[in-house]
Design a protein around this ligand. Sequence first.
Ligand code: AKG
Ligand code: FE2
Length: 162
Amino acid sequence: MEKHYDSLVENTSSVLRLMKYRVAPPSGDSVQLGLVAHTDKSALTILCQNQVQGLELLTKQGNWIQVKLPEASFIVFVGDALKAWSNGRLHAATHRVMLKGDKERYSCGVFLVPKEEVTIEVPQELIDKDHPLLYRPFKFSDYFSYFVSNITDDALELYAGL
Ligand SMILES: O=C(O)CCC(=O)C(=O)O
Ligand SMILES: [Fe+2]
């Protein structure tokens, strides 16, 4: 893995995004959707938030669990690009934001995104008889365009899965 570290750093741009979740107007529901369930398309995402919780993760068994982030901590998500590069060995967790209470929620994310021209290709070392190749090589920007015009939960499998 160290062998690939430099190319990962050279081939990604970091995008910083601040997100604000407004307090939802009162309604019958005590919990409201703040951000729809998704996997990140990036390679890696590093997130932090203010004291207002709300992040939820989908377990592999299909249950939503609330993530209670301690103050001043970060959470790191593997995105689709790294999942594909790792031949599916790293899991891109589906997550969403659910809001309750009367405080605004803020979060801040650094998204490490492969540069336009980068091709995501599984390294030979990550393919063997127990780990057959799962994804064909693809240009990240083509995958991103595909996702934008076909928003679906299993975009990576549909686009690049073998
Ligand atoms: O606001 C959060 O905690 C999550 C944001 C997120 O998942 C995203 O921007 O991809
Ligand atoms: Fe996300």
